[in-house]
Design a binder for this molecule. Sequence first.
Ligand SMILES: Cc1cc2nc3c(=O)[nH]c(=O)nc-3n(C[C@H](O)[C@H](O)[C@H](O)COP(=O)(O)OP(=O)(O)OC[C@H]3O[C@@H](n4cnc5c(N)ncnc54)[C@H](O)[C@@H]3O)c2cc1C
Length: 285
Amino acid sequence: MKDVLIIGSGPAGCSAAVYLCRAGFSVTILSSGDGALGRAHAIENYYGFAEPIDGPTLLAQGRAQAARLGAEILQEEALAILPDIDGFTVKTSLGTHTARTLLLATGKSRSGLPVPGFEKLRGRGISFCAVCDGFFYRGKPLGLIGSSLYAAEELQELLRFSQDITLFTNGEPLTASFPEGVRIVTDRITAVEGEEKVSGVTTTGGSVPLEGLFVAIGTAGAAEFAAKLGVAVEKDDILVDENFMTNLPGIFAAGDCIGGLLQVAKAVSDGAQAARAMIAYLKKS
Ligand SMILES: Cc1cc2nc3c(=O)[nH]c(=O)nc-3n(C[C@H](O)[C@H](O)[C@H](O)COP(=O)(O)OP(=O)(O)OC[C@H]3O[C@@H](n4cnc5c(N)ncnc54)[C@H](O)[C@@H]3O)c2cc1C
């Protein structure tokens, strides 16, 4: 069991790892990809670079720094978090990891679809959490948008509540295996239908009537983990106290996923402050 498991290898996660490793704690960082910084072409407002630096280079430097100081960085996508008596187990695309404390540093959630009806029906038949809301749709025709391992995980949850499920890949290739018997629609989604609540999904190939639509696009972000764990969230931002701890003891959060200024400087600062608080927490417990 590690002292700290960090989900996210962006500026927030790696900055926290630097402080935690230098204080002598064991750290594993899980990473599913490059996050926001990997998509930034030129950063010219971050301290210490006389000339603009491109995002992927800054990101690689941060990861190399954390690794040099002893952090284990694994290319594994976190799929689910399970609280244990003495810490947490995180299920990933390749296995499981356990740790005494967790830092959510997953950046901003990218879930959602820019099609008519989606925003209007959020929370009115559109859900981002099968564990949280599947129960309300027992035996009803459901849709699930997604094509990845994360979507496969959500589908397993939904199958406990309904056998009438259509998977919408929205034109994306399937990157995980899905059980037999689930209808798969590969056409692009053009609209989510419904007035007061979801009544169906229209794709380039036709319409499918539904009573609930679950969303599991790409990877699970902090907001999705939070919803499942009961971590308090406001408008997609994880709520933390002055010590960057969520309302669940031992789970901290930092960077874009807690909102505020969505910039590298703030993510690095959050990571450092969260690490200091985690060090105090670990020493006390
Ligand atoms: C195009 C663009 C330009 C930008 N320009 C600037 C700029 O000029 N100046 C500036 O200061 N900021 C800029 N930003 C913002 C900056 O990149 C972010 O504020 C910063 O990267 C946030 O850091 P973070 O660590 O919170 O999240 P991110 O950098 O998004 O990192 C999130 C990490 O979480 C990981 N992750 C997510 N989900 C999972 C999962 N389920 N399992 C495992 N790992 C997971 C990702 O793989 C990634 O490693 C820009 C952003 C973009 C997109």
